[in-house]
Design a protein around this ligand. Structure first.
Ligand code: SF4
Ligand code: FES
Length: 235
């Protein structure tokens, strides 16, 4: 495996370092990194947690593509070498660890909670939903915040202020929830939000959870356009 190393204070820029890793049929790229960390070089830094495609923390660039390293098998790359680099589009803190502060700020900027207006009901009040109402937003709720869609997005690479695919899909997760009363028009109807998307579709291709953020963005463009001509239209 060829692994990008960057040690702040020691390296001026990232360099690739080669490691001999056994090609085991059931090993994911993450197992290869763990082998390096456990047997060859304990100073290698990277993020991971669940090893089962749930936590979203193991995203890296594998042979040039954003991938979950726990869900990408070494055998996909034959005899190698497999090149592992940090996710593109994010500042590198060390080795394969990137700074996600900007991403987290974007997620919280879309008010990712149920907004209710003018109510004074007990906290125990239930808001029942039908299976159809759940289905309306369920796809967008599957996001694991892995950042692969941002790393794949050519707009985000050129314009770091672009709100980006996962944050817009998250906004739609709440907009389409029958219990929510907001439409997040003020944060979505902007040049740096839905109107910044050029519909390349790389975000949807990169997404390991089939969230389809490109569809979420195009759908909101329609909502925003309708709201411009019909101000009372909200969804
Ligand atoms: S939308 Fe998909 S690719 Fe983007 S952060 Fe969520 S799970 Fe990851
Ligand atoms: S380690 Fe959790 S998604 Fe890969």
């Amino acid at each position: 495996m060829e692994v990008s190393r960057y040690r702040p204070g020691e390296d001026d820029e990232p360099v690739l370092q080669g490691y001999d890793v056994p090609l085991m049929p059931d090993w994911a790229v993450l197992d290869g990194l763990n082998y390096i960390k456990d047997r060859l070089d304990g100073s290698l830094s990277y993020r991971w947690s669940c090893r089962m495609g749930v936590c979203g923390s193991c995203g890296m660039t594998v042979n040039g593509e954003p991938r979950l390293t726990c869900g990408t098998f070494l055998t996909e790359y034959g005899d190698g070498p497999v090149r592992i680099e940090p996710l593109k589009g994010f500042p590198v803190i060390r080795d394969l660890v990137v700074d996600i502060d900007d991403f987290l700020a974007k997620l919280s900027s879309v008010r990712p909670w149920l907004v209710r207006d003018g109510e004074d009901l007990p906290l125990t009040t239930e808001y029942a939903q039908t299976p159809e109402q759940l289905e309306a937003y369920r796809q967008y709720s599957m996001c694991i915040n892995c950042l692969l869609c941002y790393s794949a997005c050519p707009v985000y690479v050129l314009d770091p202020d672009f709100l980006g695919p996962a944050a817009i899909a998250l906004a739609q997760r709440y907009n389409l929830d029958s219990r929510d009363m907001d439409d997040r028009f003020d944060v979505l109807n902007l040049d740096d939000a839905v109107w910044g998307c050029t519909f390349v579709g790389e975000c949807t291709r990169a997404c390991p959870k089939h969230v389809d953020p490109a569809e979420a963005i195009q759908r909101y463009k329609l909502t925003a356009a309708l709201r411009s001509v019909l101000p009372w239209s909200r969804r």
